[in-house]
Design a protein around this ligand. Structure first.
Ligand code: NHR
Ligand code: GAR
Length: 211
């Protein structure tokens, strides 16, 4: 059985969508950088080991990342999933987990990296918005794109309305991509995404990298 770890910072709805998807693997830990993250309680309620490593207790990003990496490695995961994890990770951390570290980002990358993505989309006036699952590399939100889902931006949308529409797609897309990895079909090879055997695309709005 493959093993995976989920990193969160808050609510944990993407974490819940992963835990409830019946993935072909065991979630061996949920780790938050924020002790008060609501997602820790819902992970624990599902019988999963949930713990916080408070980044504020560390003098530097390097020290925090070293503690986080040691905790993750103690669970020997095949896959590490960032799910609303809000701390930028050092190059050393990212390289250590390269190829088994994924993120879901709430925009159609390379548009709107960083934070406040829905406000950025509204300010830019784009008519399509969405989410992206990518391999994490040292370049923030710049790693190779695995799959994307799009939603329309509608007249009268505010940040909350748009975020809610994108979140529905996040909850469908991330478990699907995690399953590919756990099934051994998804790899990062020479900085490129390799996805074996994917043919069916669910509508035009969910598009995986094929190859
Ligand atoms: N780390 C690396 N090296 N590369 C990526 O692609 C990463 C990463 C760490 C997190 C998630 C990302 C997102 O999906 C992610 C991708 C946090 C920030 C940020 O600015 C930016 C992007 C992401 C996550 N964090 C601030 C910081 O100083 C804190 C912001 C806050 O606490 O609200 O770390 O968007
Ligand atoms: C999600 O929309 C996720 O894509 C986004 O934050 C939300 C977390 O919700 N992630 C980022 O912005 C990463 N910087 P959740 O805790 O309910 O999954």
């Amino acid at each position: 059985m493959k093993r995976y770890v989920i990193l969160i910072s808050g609510r944990g709805s993407n974490m819940e969508s992963l835990l409830d998807a019946g993935l072909p693997g065991e979630c061996v830990a949920v780790i938050s950088n924020k002790p008060d993250a609501a997602g820790l309680a819902s992970a624990a309620a599902r019988g999963i080991q949930a713990l916080a490593i408070d980044h504020k207790q560390f003098a530097s990003r390097e020290d925090f990342d070293a503690a986080l990496a040691a905790e993750i490695e103690s669970h020997a995961p095949d896959l590490v999933l960032l799910a609303g994890f809000m701390r930028i990770l050092t190059d050393g951390f990212v390289r250590r987990f390269e190829g088994r570290l994924l993120n879901i980002h709430p925009s159609l990358l390379p548009l709107f990296p960083g934070v406040k993505t829905h406000a950025q989309a509204l300010a830019a006036g784009v008519r399509l918005h969405g989410c992206t699952v990518h391999f994490v590399t040292p370049a923030l939100d710049g790693g190779p794109i695995i799959a994307q889902a799009a939603v329309p931006v509608l007249a009268g949308d505010d940040e909350a309305a748009l975020a809610a529409r994108v979140l529905v797609e996040e909850h469908a897309l991330y478990p699907r991509v995690a399953r590919w990895h756990l099934d051994g079909r998804l790899r990062l090879i020479d900085g490129r995404v390799r996805l074996a055997g994917e043919t069916a695309v669910r509508g035009a709005l969910h598009a995986p990298a094929i190859g």
